[in-house]
Design a protein around this ligand. Structure first.
Ligand code: HEM
Length: 403
């Protein structure tokens, strides 16, 4: 049997990637694509790669893969620009992560609970009156957006532009981004940077009790973040705030509605943090991340040792790892009481493990938990469509009738 081709352009792959991961894992778990990228779909390989110091997160710097002119121009610009924490390796990553972690503690996130509950209840009151809701535009997007804006005490007057900019920038992070999308992303960054610089500079002079102020003053061994580092971090928070939690709320709700027995558990007992781990495992918003080896690295497939050379882009499939039957029994079933769901890879692993994990889980607990608890009858209107993305997986629109 020949190994399945990993073709991210295939619409069937985008609609439901899991059977493709299953086939890849079974037939060619260390798969080299036509573009020269290596795709890993076994839990163990993904886990060891993400935890290994033999890999860098800085693809733009270390990848030896041929680039188009637009991609090369972007690489050059990124080399000269301050990178976000997500693209840094130690020791720079370690220093920044220590600084920002001070503002992202689970107890700091828990203090947001009443505000999030209030935002969600307002949306659900309107849904109850109308008898329906478009879950993405009415709940899954605006709540995390408002929460991140509140946290940083950002003005919301340019919310629509901010959403557009972050969507454009996120598109450019797709491995399949076109040259046009890369150029659009540079334009969006060129507009976002002065906007944020003004806000950060103003806040330096008017410190308050918001997270931006605490990021400005946080120190590690006497060092604070520069304005450029702060800006790269705030951009990342906006992208994370817009493009990830929204999809956990969307995918998680759809997963439950497609499994009425599991929906009934939530309706009767509420949505626990352990349940959210299962939603993340079952259909997480971030389907893969990337690393690049700095030395030759080896993977064992049967008796064969496969060596991957430094500079090769290695795509670690988080969705593939999360559906690996050697780690999760009956992985394609949603089972809220799964004992080891918390071993999922949806937030990655190792030093880049998602900093916003507690916040994302809290928002999801309140959003999905309150929706399903409040309404005994929830039905999907029409057929949900999926966003045309590879890295980020999310339902585009989810119109529901509720009573
Ligand atoms: C369900 C929602 C979310 C998912 C699935 C998610 C997923 C991820 C993943 C997979 C990574 C690591 C990527 C890698 O290893 O290369 C990551 C990193 C990160 N996430 Fe999230 N994320 C979510 C929500 C958030 C939120 C709400 C925030 C903040 C408001 C956030 C902030 C970050 C930051 C700052 C990093 C970089 C950490 C570092 O490099 O040390 N994320 N996230």
């Amino acid at each position: 049997m020949t190994a399945p081709v990993f073709n991210p352009f295939d619409p069937a792959f985008r609609a439901n990637p899991y059977p493709y991961y299953d086939a890849l894992r079974a037939l060619e778990p260390v798969h080299t694509t036509a573009f020269g990228m290596v795709v890993l779909t076994r839990y163990e390989d993904v886990s060891t790669t993400l935890k290994s110091a033999d890999f860098s997160r800085d693809i733009e710097k270390y990848s030896t893969q041929a680039s188009s002119e637009a991609r090369q121009a972007r690489r050059d610009r990124q080399e000269s620009r301050t990178k976000s924490i997500l693209n840094l390796d130690p020791p720079d990553h370690t220093r920044l992560r220590r600084i920002v972690s001070k503002s992202f503690t689970p107890s700091a996130m828990e203090r947001l609970r009443p505000r999030i509950q209030q935002l969600v209840d307002n949306v659900l009151d309107r849904a109850q009156e109308a008898g329906q809701i478009e879950l993405i535009d009415d709940l899954a997007f605006p709540v995390p957006f408002q929460v991140i804006s509140d946290l940083l005490d950002m003005p919301t007057d340019r919310a629509i532009e901010l959403r557009q900019w972050s969507q454009i920038i996120t598109n450019s992070l797709e491995p399949t981004a076109t040259d046009e999308e890369l150029v659009q992303s540079e334009d969006a960054i060129a507009q976002l940077v002065p906007y944020l610089t003004t806000i950060i500079e103003h806040r330096r002079k008017h410190l308050s009790d918001d997270m931006l102020s605490s990021l400005i003053t946080a120190e590690e061994s006497g060092e604070q973040m520069t304005t450029e580092e702060l800006m790269a971090f705030v951009v990342l928070l906006y992208i994370a705030g817009h493009e990830t939690t929204v999809n956990l709320i969307g995918n998680g709700t759809l997963g439950l509605l497609n499994n009425p027995d599991q929906q009934a558990i939530v309706h009767n007992n509420g949505l626990s943090q352990a349940h959210i781990d299962e939603l993340l495992r079952f259909d997480g918003p971030v389907q893969h991340t990337v690393r690049v080896p700095l030395v030759p690295v080896h993977y064992l497939v049967g008796n064969e040792q496969i060596t991957v050379q430094p500079g090769t882009v290695v795509l670690t499939s988080l969705g593939g790892a999360n559906h690996d039957p050697s780690m999760f029994q009956n992985p394609n079933n949603l089972q809220l009481n799964r004992a080891n769901a918390n071993r999922h890879m949806a937030f990655s692993s190792g030093i880049h493990y998602c900093l916003g994990a507690s916040l994302a889980k809290l928002e999801t607990e309140i959003a999905i938990g309150s929706l399903i608890k409040r309404f005994a009858q929830i039905e999907v209107i029409g057929t949900p469509s999926w966003r045309d993305r590879l890295t980020i997986r999310g339902v585009n629109q989810l119109r529901l009738s509720v009573s």
